[in-house]
Every structure is written in C-alpha cells, then in structure tokens.
Design a protein around this ligand. Structure first.
Ligand SMILES: Nc1nc2c(c(=O)[nH]1)N[C@H]1C(S)=C(S)[C@@H](COP(=O)(O)O)O[C@H]1N2
Ligand SMILES: [Mo]
Length: 185
C-alpha cells in the first residue's frame, strides 16, 4: 500500500476513534500516527510523540492566502524548524531546506528564511509592514488543541510572532508536513 494512503488511513482511524469517544484529547495527542522523515545520512524518522517531546516554542500565527483570505490569529505550539534542521545534520549558509507533504507541495527555505528573515509581513488591512522577529515552527497544537487535519495537521509549518496582529504570507505554511531534506549548496 502506498505510504500516503497508509498515513491517511491512520488519520481517519484516529479521527473515528476520537469521534466515537474512545480517546480523550490527551490520549489522542499521544497516539497520532504521523511520522516526519529527516532525509540525511543516515535518514531519521521521528514519530509524532517524539516530536512533541522536543523543546517547544509558542507564538501567534496569522496568515493570508494568495487570494487575500486571512486565517487567524491563533496561538501555535511546536518545534523550531532550526532544531529539526540540526537533527538532520545542520545547514550551512549555502544549503537549502526542502519541507514537503504527500500532496506534492514543497517549500524551499534558504538560510535567511530559516532565521525568520525575508518573509513579507502585513497589518490587518493587508498593508505591508516591516517584519518584526519571526520564527518558523513545525506546529502540532493550535489554541491548546491538536492541529486538525483540515487545518493542515497533524504537523504544519507556521510562521510565528510575539504579537497577534502581524500577518504573514500563507505559502510557506506547508500543511501535512512529513519530510524535511537538507540540500547541500
Ligand atoms: N501541503 C500543502 N500545504 C500548503 C499548500 C498546499 O497546496 N499543500 N498551499 C499553501 C498555500 S499557497 C497557502 S496560501 C496556504 C493556504 O492555507 P489554507 O488552506 O489553510 O487556507 O497553505 C499553504 N500550504
Ligand atoms: Mo497561496
């Protein structure tokens, strides 16, 4: 069976178990069947509980899609993308980080974007504003709840800020993340 379908099946079974009341929310977070592959040498696979056990950071995420639909603000919790890159062997100034999902969507981060620089930021009227400190996280929790599949969960890239009124472009917010690759430049 194709890996994508296995994963989808696992998510559907998990959702069915939740809907039927078999699992409380706390149990559900521990039992999410979703892996993240860190492509490197050697390749390393992190399970969802392993990711949740890593040092966590929190912040506000508020995005706008290409067609101008705003999504947020919400409070997100997750793991710094830079921490995952370190676990994949680290990245130098000329390396690129590919973050992707089974639907074929891919976002490529250069060293500056990894540091949270070079993102476009907007106010609530979608006027461009100078970027405050931004961090990129692999989020697993939104407003204290596990990130739902329809919101790009269980794992989604989110660009976070310290204040709830900063909007960032939605395109780097990769949904359903299952793979991270370091490409040597
Ligand atoms: N896996 C995946 N992630 C994705 C996309 C996609 O097509 N597939 N679209 C991106 C783009 S271009 C935008 S604007 C936002 C849209 O987020 P939304 O579907 O929550 O509105 O998701 C981003 N993440
Ligand atoms: Mo988009």
């Amino acid at each position: 069976m194709h890996r994508g379908y296995q994963t989808l099946l696992a998510v559907l079974i998990g959702a069915a178990a939740l809907a039927s009341g078999c699992l409380g929310p706390a149990a559900a977070a521990d039992e999410v069947a979703w892996n993240l592959t860190l492509a490197g040498d050697p390749e390393r696979v992190l399970t969802h509980p392993e990711i949740r056990a890593l040092p966590a950071v929190e912040g506000y995420g508020y995005s706008v899609s290409t067609v101008g639909i705003k999504y947020g603000p919400n409070r997100y919790r997750g793991v710094l993308l830079t921490d995952l890159v370190e676990m994949a062997g680290g990245a130098g100034a000329d390396d690129l980080i590919y973050v992707s999902a089974q639907d074929g969507y891919l976002w490529v981060f250069d060293a500056a974007q990894l540091r949270g620089e070079e993102f476009f930021t907007f106010d609530e009227n979608l006027h461009e504003i100078p970027a405050p400190t931004l961090r990129v996280i692999l989020a697993y929790e939104r407003d204290g709840e596990p990130l739902a599949y329809e919101d790009g969960g269980p794992l989604r890239l989110v660009v976070i800020t310290e204040s709830p009124d900063v909007i960032t472009e939605g395109s780097p917010w990769v949904k359903w993340v299952d793979r991270l690759e370091v490409h040597r430049g």
